[in-house]
Design a protein around this ligand. Structure first.
Ligand SMILES: *Cc1c(COP(=O)(O)O)cnc(C)c1O
Length: 501
C-alpha cells in the first residue's frame, strides 16, 4: 500500500517513506491510497485475539514495505503489560445511567498517563525501521511542538532509542505544572526540552517552519541527520490509533455489550483532530460507526466548522483547564477534507493556502453536507467541564480528567439534541491525576493545597483512588531542562541542541 500527499496526488510514497518523512515536501500530509476493508467475520476473528493481535493485523494491511517480523517486533515491544499496567492497554469502563450507555475507553494507562502513549510507544520502533529502509545510516532528529501531553509521551517513547535525537518545544504558560515537571525531569541521553514565549500554535508553526527551512535542512544533511516528526501529522502516529477503536468494538462484543454488526457512536475530546480522524478511518475500514461526536473546549473552532462549513482561526485563544485541546489550527483536519472531497488535492491545497493567508476557508456545500451527516460538533467551557467531573464522580462513582469530561458533557448535549442512544464509546484521554488541581477542585469542597504534588495526594485521599506510579515518582525527580526561548530563536535552539550550530 502506498501513500499520497493531501496537497499533491502526484506524490506517491511507501509506508516507510511516509513515516520517515513525517510531512510531504509541499506541506501536505500523507494519506493511504486505499483502505483495507474488514467484514463482520474479520471483526469477529479479531475479537478472538488480544490487543497485540489486533494491532498486528491492522499494521500488516497498512505497512506494505514492512516485513511481518518487523511489525511483530514493534507491536511486542510497544504494548507490554509492564508499560501499560495490564495485557489490555486500552480497557473500557462501562457507565450505564438511565438510557445513555457510555463505554469509557481508557487510553491513559501508559507510561505518561495520557492517550498519546498509545501511538508514541510504538512510533519510535516504526520510525527507526522506516529510516533504516529509506535513508539508511542517517540519524533521525525528531522535532515536537506540544500542548503538553505529546511532548512527554514522545520523550518517553524516543529516550535512548539508537539513531534518534528528540527536541520538544512547549508554550511556557500553556501546560499544567505536572506536564511541565514531567518534561523538565525527562531522562535520556538524546533528549532536550525548551519552553517558548507563545502559545501552542506558535510552537507548532515554528516547528513547521524549521522542517521546511532549506538552510537548516542542509546543515543536518552535512551531519548525516534528517528531520522527522512525531506530531500527530505523522502517519505512524495515526495508524496505531485506528487499532483501539477496533479493539474497543471487539471488547464490547466479547463482554456482551453489543452484538456483531451493531453500530456505535464515537465521542472524542478533540484538539489536533488525530484521535477522531483515526475513528473515521476505522469506519471506512468497516467498523460500524453511526456518528462521530467531536468535543471541543472553549477553543471551539471545530464546533463552528462542523456547524457552518467555515473554518475560521481568527478568534480569541483561550487557555483552559483542558490544555491539550487548546488549539486553533487542527492539522489533521486536512486529511478529513482530502477524503471528503474524494482525494481532490488541488482543492485541499487551495483551502490550506487560504487558511494560512487569510485565516479562514469555507468548504463547498457537498463537503459540508457529508461532514454534517457524519460529525456532530459541540463544546464545553471550563465551568461545565468541572461540573461534569463532579457529577460523574458523585453520581457514577467515576473519576475522569478534564479532557474526558469535555467529551462526556458534549455527549450529553448530543443525546439531549438528538435522542440518539446508540451505545457510545467515549475516548478517555488522560488520567485525572495529570490535571489534579482542576479535578480536585471539582470533586472536593476543601481548600486546595498549595503545590501540585500535595494536590495529587489530596485527590487520592479524597477519592480513595491510587496515584499512577509514573506521576508519584516525579516529586523527587531531578530537573534537567528549564530553558525558555522566543519563537524566532527556535531554529538556533535546535541547532545548538544538536551541536551543529
Ligand atoms: C492530545 C490530547 C487530546 C487531543 O487529541 P487530538 O488527537 O489532538 O485531537 C485530547 N486529550 C488529551 C489528554 C490529549 O493529550
Amino acid at each position: 500500500m502506498n501513500y499520497n500527499s493531501t496537497r499533491n496526488n502526484n506524490t506517491v510514497v511507501s509506508a516507510s517513506q511516509a513515516i520517515a518523512q513525517g510531512i510531504s515536501e509541499e506541506g501536505g500530509l500523507f494519506v493511504p491510497q486505499s483502505l483495507p476493508r474488514y467484514t463482520m467475520d474479520d471483526i469477529k476473528a479479531m475479537s478472538e485475539t488480544d490487543y497485540k493481535g489486533r494491532a498486528k493485523k491492522i499494521f500488516r494491511d497498512f505497512l506494505g514495505d514492512f516485513t511481518e517480523q518487523e511489525i511483530d517486533e514493534s507491536v511486542e515491544a510497544a504494548y507490554t503489560a509492564e508499560k501499560f499496567g495490564s495485557e489490555n492497554p486500552a480497557p473500557i469502563s462501562y457507565i450505564e445511567s438511565g438510557s445513555t450507555k457510555m463505554s469509557v475507553l481508557e487510553l491513559w494507562h501508559g507510561p505518561t498517563c495520557a492517550f498519546k502513549d498509545m501511538a508514541l510507544q510504538i512510533l519510535p520502533h516504526l520510525l527507526t525501521k522506516s529510516v533504516k529502509k529509506t535513508y539508511s545510516g542517517k540519524e533521525a532528529v525528531i522535532l515536537v511542538a506540544t500542548s503538553g501531553d505529546t511532548g512527554k509521551a514522545a520523550l518517553e517513547g524516543f529516550k535512548d532509542v539508537d539513531g534518534t535525537k528528540i527536541m520538544v518545544f512547549y508554550p511556557v504558560n500553556g501546560v499544567s505544572p505536572m506536564q511541565k515537571r514531567q518534561m523538565a525531569t525527562q531522562k535520556g541521553n538524546n533528549v532536550s526540552v525548551a519552553a517558548i514565549e507563545g502559545n501552542f500554535d506558535d510552537a507548532q508553526t515554528g516547528v513547521k517552519k524549521i522542517f521546511t527551512n532549506t538552510e537548516i535542512k542542509a546543515k543536518l544533511a552535512e551531519n548525516n541527520m534528517l528531520f522527522s516528526s512525531a506530531n500527530s501529522i505523522n502517519w505512524g502516529r495515526l495508524l496505531p490509533q485506528v487499532v483501539y477503536y477496533f479493539s474497543a468494538y471487539c471488547d464490547m462484543l466479547k463482554e456482551g455489550k453489543i452484538t456483531l454488526g451493531d453500530k456505535i457512536n464515537v465521542v472524542v475530546p478533540t484538539g489536533n483532530f488525530g484521535n477522531i480522524l483515526a475513528s473515521f478511518y476505522a469506519m471506512n475500514m468497516g467498523l460500524p460507526i453511526n456518528k462521530f461526536i467531536c468535543a471541543s473546549n472553549a477553543n471551539n473552532v471545530l464546533t463552528d466548522f462542523i456547524r457552518t462549513g467555515t473554518y475560521d482561526k481568527q478568534r480569541t485563544f483561550f487557555t483552559t483547564i483542558s490544555p491539550s485541546m487548546d488549539i486553533l489550527v487542527s492539522s489533521n483536519l486536512e486529511r478529513l477534507l482530502y477524503h471528503l472531497t474524494d482525494g481532490n488535492a488541488e482543492k485541499v491545497a487551495q483551502w490550506m493556502k487560504e487558511l494560512s493567508e487569510t485565516g479562514k476557508y469555507t468548504v463547498d456545500e457537498e463537503v459540508k453536507a457529508k461532514l454534517q451527516k457524519l460529525f456532530y460538533g459541540g463544546f464545553c467551557d471550563d465551568e461545565n467541564t468541572q461540573k461534569t467531573i463532579r457529577e460523574m464522580y458523585r453520581e457514577e462513582n467515576y473519576l475522569c480528567d478534564t479532557h474526558t469530561a469535555v467529551a462526556v458533557n458534549v455527549y450529553q448535549q448530543y443525546v439531549a439534541d438528538t435522542n440518539d442512544t446508540t451505545p457510545a464509546v467515549i475516548a478517555s484521554t488522560a488520567s485525572p491525576y495529570k490535571f489534579a488541581k482542576s479535578v480536585l477542585e471539582a470533586v472536593s469542597d476543601a481548600a486546595l493545597p498549595e503545590d501540585e504534588f500535595a494536590m495529587v495526594d489530596a485527590l487520592s485521599a479524597a477519592t480513595k483512588t491510587p496515584v499512577p506510579a509514573p506521576l508519584a515518582s516525579l516529586k523527587d525527580a531531578e530537573v534537567r531542562f528549564g530553558f525558555t526561548c522566543k519563537v524566532d530563536e527556535m531554529p538556533q535552539t535546535v541547532l545548538n541542541s544538536l551541536s551543529i550550530g
